[in-house]
Design a protein around this ligand. Structure first.
Ligand code: PLP
Length: 354
């Protein structure tokens, strides 16, 4: 039976990428050696790292604009503190839009003053705050573009003179934006790029080198830049797989092409959620995420029936995060429109049965 993988991350990747990546684990570039057996300093792997870095900038339309792309260890969670280590001298602003922003705030507080410029905590992060004013004199403003757990997503980004830092872990490469409005973007690979174990950081070089503290080498973006993202042994398999996914996306027509498909998937699912009385959406309509749709049953007694039907249809990974409950359908780049169609068919069947 075909499985439709709606997991929130780690999540679905294109099947052809999985196949290519697994082939490289057995025999990398016809060398007779595995990708994970060779030196990361070998010509073939250095080419992979270079290709991955330049594809990331190319897809974001940030080539030759003063940005550097890095593939680092430690997940997005390490970036919560690396951002502050490298940029926070006195005071930083944060928009608190969910669990991940909350965690980023906690880490930043270890390094300086943190102003919560806006928050949607009062309604369990159902919405994206609006109407806030950004104070002057911030070292940077941090936002989370897509809130994986609550299913909300920024449609417009704050305007500020301070560097804008964005955790884009769960919607990078999924929609067209003017990426040059951000000075630093970071994203764990395990949604739209590859396996967990590597984090993409795209940073505008001229925001670095302005804090007075000494920064340990592994946590210093400038050190990683000076070593072409090879300061120490990189996670070769996640980097290689991410490179393949970025190539796949480029061949598909880039972000604009995948955005069109992502919008179709989201439209199909949200219209079912809105028209079907058996279900109700969680996030405010205007702030809904194209990547993670959160919803509940209007009658909890239907839970077992619905979940049995999901299982029979091969639908995997639909449970909501424990802090929200209900259901969450994650529709990352590699999820097909057909899979969303299968979920919507199950939902309409529920209505007919109801
Ligand atoms: N930020 C966002 C928006 C996320 O969705 C996640 C994980 O799901 C993280 C940060 C944490 O990422 P990691 O597990 O790579 O540290």
């Amino acid at each position: 039976m075909k499985i439709h993988n709606f997991s929130a991350g780690p999540c679905i990747l294109p099947k052809e990428i999985l196949l290519k990546a697994s082939e490289a684990v057995m025999d990398f570039n016809g060398s007779g050696l595995s990708l994970i057996e060779i030196s990361h300093r070998s010509k073939d792997f250095v080419a992979v790292m270079e290709n991955a870095r330049s594809l990331a900038l190319e897809l974001l339309d940030l080539t030759d604009k003063g940005y550097q792309a890095l593939f680092l260890h430690g997940g997005a969670s390490l970036e919560f503190l690396m951002v502050a280590y490298n940029l926070l001298e006195n005071k930083a602003g944060y928009l608190n839009t969910g669990t991940w922003s909350d965690k980023a705030i906690k880490e930043a507080k270890l390094f300086g003053d943190v102003v919560e410029v806006g928050s949607s905590k009062d309604e369990n992060f159902k919405y994206i705050p609006k109407g806030y004013s950004v104070p002057d004199g911030l070292d940077y403003l941090h936002i989370t573009s897509n809130n994986t757990i609550f299913g909300t997503q920024f449609k417009k980004f704050p305007k500020t003179d301070a560097p804008l830092v964005c955790d884009m872990s769960s919607d990078i490469f999924s929609r067209s934006l003017d990426f040059s409005q951000f000075d630093l973007i970071y994203a764990g690979a395990q949604k739209n790029m590859g396996p967990a174990g590597v984090t993409l950081v795209v940073v505008k070089e001229d925001i670095l080198g302005k804090v007075s503290r000494k920064i340990p080498s592994m946590l210093d973006y400038k050190v990683h830049i000076s070593k072409d993202s090879m300061f120490n042994t990189p996670p070769v398999f996640p980097v290689y797989t991410s490179m393949l996914t970025l190539e796949w996306l480029k061949n598909l027509g880039g972000i604009a092409a995948i955005e069109e498909i992502n919008e179709k998937k989201a439209r199909l699912l949200y219209s079912e959620i809105d028209l079907n009385p058996v279900f109700e959406g969680y996030a405010n309509i205007e702030d809904r995420s194209l990547m993670n749709a959160t919803f509940n049953l209007t009658d909890e007694s239907l839970k077992t029936t619905f979940e049995n039907m999901l299982k029979e249809a091969g639908i995997n990974g639909l449970n909501g995060h424990r802090s929200v409950g209900g259901y969450r359908a994650s529709m990352y780049n590699a999820l097909s429109l057909e899979s969303v169609g299968v979920l919507v068919d199950v939902m309409s069947e529920m209505e007919r049965k109801g």
